[in-house]
Design a protein around this ligand. Sequence first.
Ligand code: HEC
Ligand code: HEC
Ligand code: HEC
Ligand code: HEC
Length: 94
Amino acid sequence: MKKLIALLAFCLPMSLLAAPIADTHTEMAGCESCHEGGTPSSDLAHENQTCIDCHGDLNALGGVHADHAGMMECTDCHITHEEHDANSGCESCH
Ligand code: HEC
Ligand code: HEC
Ligand code: HEC
Ligand code: HEC
């Protein structure tokens, strides 16, 4: 039991903070939740629309998101299949 608790304490924060978005979302709802038929589109338009359908658009999300409304797509800052910090790309423009 102690071992189980230690394992959970170790795994939970890891999976919440570091896991790639694609992995957390595949566990929740499968590849099809972002990819039409499970297959990536060439322009990611479908993928970006799925983000908006579930989370709302940049204006609705507020904060740093609203600062970029009408200028950027979700996938410009969120690299879904990598462990990636969405804060890491700001310097390339600011
Ligand atoms: C949260 C939405 C989301 C989920 C869930 C997701 N993907 Fe993706 N996938 C993307 C996005 C966005 C890209 C574009 C590249 C990127 O941002 O990582 C992508 C890229 C890809 C690519 C192109 C190669 C690459 O890695 O760049 C493949 C292949 C792929 N996904 C397959 C899958 C499979 C198979 C699953 C289920 C096991 C899955 N994806 C789940 C959003 C998702
Ligand atoms: C089917 C609905 C759905 C889709 C599609 C979806 N999300 Fe999510 N997402 C959720 C839920 C539910 C959570 C967990 C609760 C929360 O944090 O809102 C979540 C969590 C997140 C998180 C917090 C970290 C994590 O991985 O749990 C980020 C960042 C995120 N989503 C970004 C995206 C992006 C970017 C896309 C499009 C590529 C996307 N989501 C597509 C439903 C979705
Ligand atoms: C200008 C870059 C940028 C763009 C574009 C962007 N995000 Fe984010 N997003 C961030 C940053 C930075 C965080 C905070 C990450 C952290 O500190 O963990 C974040 C966090 C999130 C979270 C976690 C919950 C929260 O609000 O903190 C969700 C969900 C999310 N973004 C969804 C989206 C969706 C959906 C889109 C497209 C409509 C999007 N993001 C576009 C930079 C961006
Ligand atoms: C692709 C380029 C790009 C990236 C990456 C980017 N921004 Fe921006 N950002 C812009 C542009 C363009 C504007 C609107 C024009 C302006 O006012 O500078 C803007 C506006 C802002 C604003 C509103 C205040 C202002 O300067 O007008 C803030 C705050 C901001 N960005 C913070 C961030 C943060 C934090 C990140 C990383 C999570 C980030 N940006 C990533 C291009 C970018």
